[in-house]
Design a binder for this molecule. Structure first.
Ligand code: UDX
Length: 436
């Protein structure tokens, strides 16, 4: 099928590349010319495992093209995915100006008489956005019979985006017409045949709520894990074992119950704030979400307090920070708790040497005035404390003996529980985990 993807951010690019790999003809559109040129050369603007290989393969086989003009992509496609960003406004509400702009351009495109096209909301949007999209189409002259609007939320995680898209847990397709349902099933047929993925066909409004609901529930699980971890720390229990046992109940599940210094990234903070705003507009008490957010802030703040308490004076101390990205497997530093920790330590006069396998370039743009190192051991050279803020495999597998020889004082604050406390103590470290 012929597919247009408007917006080549994380979601758009992954969707485009994966649909091309499933055999469709994909036109990706973005207004960032530099990005389009890069993509045409087969260079991915984001760090994502498998992305560049898949991009190059499909470019070579002629199934994916990149351009900056919406109109010709719309004219040529049966299905148009809207994957533009929906950044948070100051009040937490999703800013839908790019969605509106793209919809308007689609409406103004001169299509052939009798054409039928599907507009798919792939961006994470609040409930009833599809209705607004329909209204916008009509306002700018599109014929009602020509377009159906579908909601098809994306559940990919950064770092495993390709795998999550090609081997998803479920496909959610929100449709209000039989014709749109048939087309969407035709689009996903290669994936359904290959993976036997469960497909949930629901009304559009339900699909719109599923994405915000799923992300909020995952964030809730993490905050719950952190709450238990705070308690375990204060009474001398072990949060990891406690949460593992809690998660063994099949009704609860063990995933997303890892305590640490909190969640970050471009999705959870934004999506839970947006759901809270929607609840507020509907007059529904959303204080559960306030608690999720508050606990998430407390997680990194308690970590800093632990450091302050142990080191006593921060002014002038040399502190190594390993991990800057909001999680491993990505160069994304948006809402990363690591950077919040660094800001406080820095404000208290600590000298920071930091390392991350992928995120240094991005971190430098936000915090330019600390020392960035290209090697983890270099970062911890002569340091008086070592902080682990991201659970990179490379950090997990560092040699405790070598760490001890490199540091001036062997104190480790492990914000992500990457090290074995017994081994660290045996190796002569003063070791602080998270929740144990
Ligand atoms: C998330 C959703 O998982 C994904 O389905 C959605 O499409 C986009 O938002 P992402 O933001 O890429 O994906 O990251 P994710 O892997 O979910 O992790 C989010 C944050 O939670 C990270 O900061 C991670 O370190 C933290 N986390 C995760 C925990 O602190 N504990 C856990 O047990 C799991």
């Amino acid at each position: 099928m012929k597919v247009a993807i408007i917006g080549t951010g994380y979601v758009g690019l992954t969707t485009g590349v994966c649909l091309a790999d499933l055999g469709h003809h994909v036109i990706c559109v973005d207004n960032d010319l530099e990005k389009i040129e890069k993509l045409k050369r087969g260079e991915s603007p984001i760090y994502e495992i498998g992305m560049e290989d898949l991009l190059r393969k499909n470019l070579k086989e002629g199934r994916i093209v990149f351009m900056n003009e919406i109109a010709s992509a719309v004219k040529e496609s049966e299905i148009i995915f809207v994957c533009v960003n929906t950044p948070p406004k100051k009040d937490g509400h999703a800013d839908l100006k790019y969605v509106e702009q793209v919809t308007k351009e689609i409406a103004l495109t001169q299509c052939n008489h009798g054409d039928y096209k599907i507009i798919v909301d792939k961006s994470t949007v609040p409930v009833k956005t599809a209705e607004k999209v329909k209204e916008t189409l009509a306002r700018y002259g599109a014929k009602e019979a020509m377009f159906d609007v579908v909601s098809n939320p994306e559940f990919l995680k950064e770092g495993t985006a390709i795998k999550d898209t090609l081997e998803p847990d479920r496909l959610v397709i929100g449709v209000d017409s039989e014709k749109a349902k048939e087309k969407m099933l035709e689009l996903y047929k290669p994936l359904i045949d290959k993976t036997h993925v469960p497909v949930k066909i629901v009304p559009v409004r339900s699909a719109e709520i599923i994405k915000h609901g799923a992300n909020t529930f995952l964030a809730l699980k993490i905050s719950f894990a952190n709450l238990i971890a705070f308690m375990c720390e204060d009474v001398g229990a072990n949060a990891l074992e406690t949460l593992e046992a809690i998660g063994l109940d099949a009704r609860i599940g063990s995933q997303f119950l890892k305590p640490g210094i909190g969640f970050g990234g471009g999705c959870f903070p934004k999506d839970i704030a947006a759901l809270k705003k929607t609840l507020e507009i509907l007059g529904i008490d959303g204080s559960l979400i306030d608690s999720i957010e508050r606990i998430n802030e407390t997680a990194w703040q308690r970590f800093v307090k632990k450091v302050e308490k142990e080191l006593w004076v921060l002014d002038g101390k040399l502190i190594a920070v390993l991990g800057l990205a909001f999680k491993s497997g990505t160069d994304d530093i948006r809402n990363s708790p690591a950077l919040k920790v660094i800001e406080v330590l820095k404000a208290n006069g600590a000298r920071i040497r930091a390392y991350d396998p992928q995120a240094i370039e991005n971190a430098r743009k936000v915090i330019p005035d600390i020392q960035y190192c290209s090697d983890p051991y270099d970062a911890m050279k002569d340091s008086e404390a070592l902080l682990v803020c991201t659970e990179w495999e490379e950090i997990k597998t560092l040699d405790p003996k070598k760490i001890k020889e490199t540091m001036a004082v062997p104190i480790v604050f492990d914000g992500r529980n990457v090290f074995d406390p017994q081994k660290m103590k045996k190796a002569g470290f003063t070791y602080f985990g998270s929740g144990r």
